[in-house]
Design a protein. Structure first.
Length: 309
């Protein structure tokens, strides 16, 4: 089922037609508050009032026109300005998370670098963070190299690392001297077995090992670790492994997607973990949404229920 859903995420005919269907539009509302930035800001108001930090991601990927990449960059600059105004009004800052292909990585690497550097500098000026999302394995090396270039001049830059990739332990060791900010996720793309663990047990074991390694650095003030997972049992296994070494819960943040297991996120918040909700919005939600369905069978059950009026 997971492979089928990931195939659907890449199918151009389905990408064009499925989002037009009412049941799909109903189902995606579980994972995003709406398509407009105002919808996301409304969700942020609620989450902020409940003690959660927020990250925003404007959905889209694999942009092929320079003008489109420029427009995405302008959107995020406007969002950072809005975050600064919200902080002045007493709210927490909004962190922003962007796929490099949204900023022109497929078109011109120097264009992408320039947009990312400008956004990272803007995020620093407004007291927040700029994140690079990780895409499929074809982009892993270029994204890590981009992060290394940005981190040399901009300390408030984060990077998503996918635990299921077999290269990730080496990548973590490569990044640790930079005192990195890492959002550790399991991985949501359909990668071949030679590049990625495909068995759930193996993915969990890889995630646990990487999280323990990063938590040690975070506890020593040498990294920022964000556990990007809805698997709360895994979060608790990580804590049980690192707390005896003196790493407390405040050093292991938890990031979950908007609308998923918010009761569990609240429980972790109350237990002492810094908790954030990743709020996605935008009209280009289809591929992202299908990958969310592929991550958890419970998401598929919810989507099927939307077929019933």
């Amino acid at each position: 089922m997971r492979s089928g859903l990931l195939w659907m995420s890449r199918n151009q005919w389905l990408k064009q037609h499925l989002p037009e269907l009412p049941f799909a539009q109903r189902a995606v509302r579980r994972f995003m508050p709406g398509e407009q930035v105002e919808d996301a800001l409304g969700a942020a108001d609620r989450l902020d009032g409940e003690g959660f930090r927020v990250l925003f991601t404007h959905l889209g990927e694999n942009i092929t026109e320079v003008a489109e990449a420029d427009a995405v960059a302008a959107h995020y600059h406007d969002l950072l300005d809005r975050s600064e105004a919200r902080v002045a009004a007493g709210h927490r800052p909004i962190e922003v998370s962007v796929k490099p292909t949204q900023l022109g990585l497929d078109i011109d690497e120097s264009l992408c670098d320039s947009h990312c550097a400008d956004l990272a500098a803007h995020a620093e000026r407004t007291g927040t963070w700029f994140w690079l999302d990780m895409e499929g394995s074809a982009y892993t090396e270029r994204t890590i190299a981009l992060y290394e270039r940005l981190k040399a001049d901009h300390p408030r830059v984060g990077l998503a690392i996918q635990a299921y990739l077999r290269r990730s332990p080496t990548d973590i060791e490569r990044l640790l001297p930079l005192q990195p900010c890492v959002r550790l996720v399991k991985g949501a793309y359909d990668e071949p077995a030679e590049l990625a663990h495909r068995d759930r047990t193996d993915v969990d074991a890889a995630y646990l090992a990487l999280a323990i390694r990063l938590a040690g650095a975070a506890g020593a003030g040498q990294a920022r670790l964000c556990l990007g997972t809805h698997d709360t049992r895994l979060v608790e296994r990580i804590s049980a492994a690192v707390e005896p070494t003196g790493v407390n819960r405040s050093a292991t943040e938890v990031h979950m997607l908007y609308g998923i297991r918010e009761d569990e996120l609240a429980r972790l918040r109350d237990a002492g973990y810094p908790c954030s909700s990743l709020v996605a919005y935008g009209e280009f939600w289809y591929a992202w949404y299908m990958r969310r369905l592929a991550e958890r069978p419970a998401n598929v059950v919810f989507a099927l229920r939307q077929l019933v009026p």
